[in-house]
Design a protein around this ligand. Structure first.
Ligand code: ZN
Length: 134
């Protein structure tokens, strides 16, 4: 799989602006980017913590993946993202090792990264994202 580090933690929030206030005002982190990912129906905000990011996700539509997640489980930890060398290769390896995939091939995520998700049924309950620069 060639995992180098935890690229980011994805956290589902109800209100991006209010959440940013907590991460900046209480934790003292700095939001360095806000970006909308239209096909995921989310607005994201990024914070750097060492070499790991925190990605806050606010749904732009109740029928988007984050909207549905919050409706079912409420706001909170949503996914864990590992940095890999090549997302497509890592997805293939995961599938060969018996993991159920959400994405058979990578797609474009925030920050222009190639991303792909493993199904939480195969990962002991943690929605797992793989991402790479290519
Ligand atoms: Zn993510």
């Amino acid at each position: 799989m060639n995992i180098s580090h935890i690229e980011h933690l994805g956290i589902a929030v109800e209100n991006l602006e209010e959440s940013i206030k907590y991460y900046e005002g209480v934790l003292g982190l700095k939001c360095y980017a806000v970006e909308e990912v239209v096909d995921q129906k989310v607005k994201t905000a990024f914070f750097m913590v060492g070499s790991t990011k925190i990605e806050l996700l606010e749904s732009t539509s109740p029928d988007g993946p984050i909207g549905k997640f919050i409706e079912k489980k409420g706001p909170g930890m949503h996914h864990l993202a590992f940095a890999v060398k090549d997302t497509d290769e890592a997805l293939k390896t995961a599938e060969e090792r018996g993991v159920q995939l959400i994405d058979k091939v990578s797609r474009k995520g925030a920050e222009g990264l190639s991303i792909g998700f493993l199904h939480p049924k195969s990962t002991h309950g943690v929605l797992t994202e793989l991402c790479s620069k290519k």
